[in-house]
Design a protein. Sequence first.
Length: 362
Amino acid sequence: MELSKRRLYLAGLLLLLAMPALAQGDLQAESELQTGIALTGKGNFADAIPHLKAASGKVHQEFAASFNLALCYVGTGQLSEAVHTLDELRASGHDTADVNNLLAQSYVGSGQMEKGREAFRRGVLLSPENERLYVFVAQACRAHRANDLEIEVLDLGIKNVPKSARLHYERAVLLLFLDQADEAETDFRAVATLAPESDLAYLATAQLSLSKGQVDDAISQARVAIKNGHKDYMLLAILGEALIRSGVSPGESGFEEAKAALEQSVGQRSNYPSAQIALGRLLLMQNSLDQAIVHLEIGRKMEPNGTAAYASLISAYRRKGEIQKAAERTEQLAKLNQTRAEQISGASGDRRTGYGLSVAHP
């Protein structure tokens, strides 16, 4: 009897000793989750992943851990891992609009357009007035040149959220890219009507002028917006691009204004390829070859299917005497142009892609 009591006592003691360790383990997992969420919010996706994985399965907010992990997978291009994580969330009863939104982006990013369309439509059924759903899926489509799906997404978004200035802006950018300038102008003007005096309205007005070749108007509009405190990274990029198109040269005040605007734009959003490429072109004009190449290469890598950076890169490498790299970029540009030509020849008449138009988009 005494032995049994002693065993029970020891078992109870061991349990009491284990409880603080278990609690400490929970606290550690919760700490990992909060660190992961904070890093995700700052866009430090790669750094957040280990923390979120450490928290997974050990925290009360399991949905937050898994959803943020999927978001980080998308942000780092690990799309198969994102799809797996999001499918598990759906299977566990979290078949929400946000989960389907991220799932649609993942499928589009991995080239599975029909599955992306299905996930998008599920999200719309769950939350038809969710503006972010349309914006994010449309931007994923744009990054992967899925023009037909993007226009489908934006048309449905504007049907369900007709007063969304952002959706009208996104569609205007796409229509501009598809050489449908008149339709794009209608949407750009809708932005200014729906959200007057906003960053987006100023951006739409300046971009419309730039797309119509009204460079002086674009410069004036961007300057007014920036003077009024609308120092959005895209507006700064539009100003820099417009000043370049106006023919500014090193040593002129306009050149320094363009350089300052583009440096501010890149400082605000380093992953915005249009500003990186424009700044690279400007530095090339100044004969700052090393710096120009850095920015042009950043822009090229962020737009793997785009051609905007190549001509300047080829020129920079040649002027620097790096003939092999110039030849590599020339070959890559030829392949991209061939692919683009094949896409255009196979496109329907109202879906033909425009050439040489630099458009800003979030």
